[in-house]
Design a binder for this molecule. Structure first.
Ligand code: ADP
Ligand code: MG
Ligand code: MG
Length: 252
């Protein structure tokens, strides 16, 4: 599904990603972990196509297409979901209207009929139940100041509605309380199928108490320096990142 080869990326001339290799197959959940500043969010941003980042080497193949060649909105239409591509705060627009537009754009791209208001509503109800989101949240205009947990809930709901093939969730290091962690993990677990894949980026080992990843990768200084199964996350929880830093730094 996703094949990242020797990916290098810089920001303002500073190299951040220094040769990332990663293969993701349908049905898999991958966790990308690592100390602060190792390049986790940069990787997510490069995959999303954020303009500030310059890819200087390497390739990213997504279902046979060169992902790096696609505009961000086309990446989304091809089935890549990045939570932060879909803003949760748009003054004066309710998330429902926003989402219907987004869903129908994706459907159109996939050659499917747009959902009319009735069908969209029934689809919404089904997915709301699945990710346990409150209806009140969705009818609220999106500039009303969502809490961290509400933003997460909304994000996971958007993901459920858009039915992406590959979801990349960057659980940034701040402001994720235990409820938000639970929302994200329940969503990921429930939406998991043999046809989709998820990459969860996190600094926190504790997210992986809830999400069971098939693979865990440790990013450090812009490279994946260790990969393993969920046992690796448990080891990190116990020992932290210092032993990995020492291993890598000693080898240089
Ligand atoms: P992580 O998500 O693993 O904590 P980031 O990808 O956010 O790491 O950051 C990786 C490195 O890139 C850090 O050293 C950070 O300071 C640097 N960096 C990130 N964004 C910018 C930016 N906009 N300008 C300059 N440096 C940046
Ligand atoms: Mg960080
Ligand atoms: Mg980050």
């Amino acid at each position: 599904m996703l094949s990242i080869k020797n990916l290098h990326a810089s920001i303002e001339g500073t190299p951040i990603l220094r040769g990332i290799n990663l293969e993701v197959k349908p049905g898999e959940v991958h966790a990308i972990m690592g100390p602060n500043g190792s390049g986790k969010s940069t990787l997510a941003s490069v995959l999303a196509g954020r303009e500030e980042y310059e890819v200087t080497d390497g390739s990213v193949d997504f279902l046979g297409k060169d992902l790096l060649d696609l505009a961000p909105e086309d990446r989304a239409r091809e089935g890549v979901f990045l939570a932060f591509q879909y803003p949760v705060e748009i003054p004066g627009v309710s998330s429902t209207n926003f989402l219907r537009t987004a869903v129908n754009q994706v459907r159109e791209y996939r050659g499917l009929e747009p959902l009319d208001a009735v069908k969209f509503l029934s689809e919404m109800k089904e997915k709301m139940k699945l990710v346990e989101i409150d209806q009140k949240l969705l009818s609220r205009a999106l500039n009303e100041g969502f809490s961290g947990g509400e933003k997460k809930r909304n994000e996971i709901f958007q993901m459920a509605m858009l039915e992406p093939k590959l979801s990349i969730l960057d659980e940034t290091d701040s402001g994720l309380d235990i409820d938000a962690l639970r929302v994200v993990s329940n969503g990921v677990n429930k939406l998991k199928s043999n046809e989709n894949a998820t990459i969860v980026v996190t600094h926190y080992q504790r997210l992986l108490d809830y999400i069971v990843p098939d693979y865990v990768h440790v990013l450090y200084k812009g490279r994946i320096v260790k990969s393993g199964t969920k046992e690796l996350a448990l080891e990190l929880e116990e020992k932290g990142y210092d032993w990995i830093k020492e291993e890598v730094d000693a080898a240089v």
